[in-house]
Design a binder for this molecule. Structure first.
Ligand SMILES: [Zn+2]
Length: 61
């Protein structure tokens, strides 16, 4: 995953990207601020993208 899960920033273009292990996943955050936000609501950011995808698919049908 090359994008910050919190803000969507491309972490390959960020000099101080922070690697963080959550459960079995390795995540990259663009900044400590985004990591802190993720740590408060990890489920929100891990499940939201899947929900978004299914919502987009449903709305096109
Ligand atoms: Zn970020």
């Amino acid at each position: 995953m090359d994008k910050c899960p919190v803000c969507g920033e491309n972490t390959k273009e960020v000099a101080g990207a922070i690697e963080y292990s959550y459960q079995d996943k390795k995540l990259l955050f663009c900044s400590l601020a985004c990591l802190r936000i993720f740590q408060q609501f990890p489920e929100v950011y891990l499940s939201e993208s899947e929900d978004e995808i299914s919502i987009l698919e449903d709305s096109r049908a």
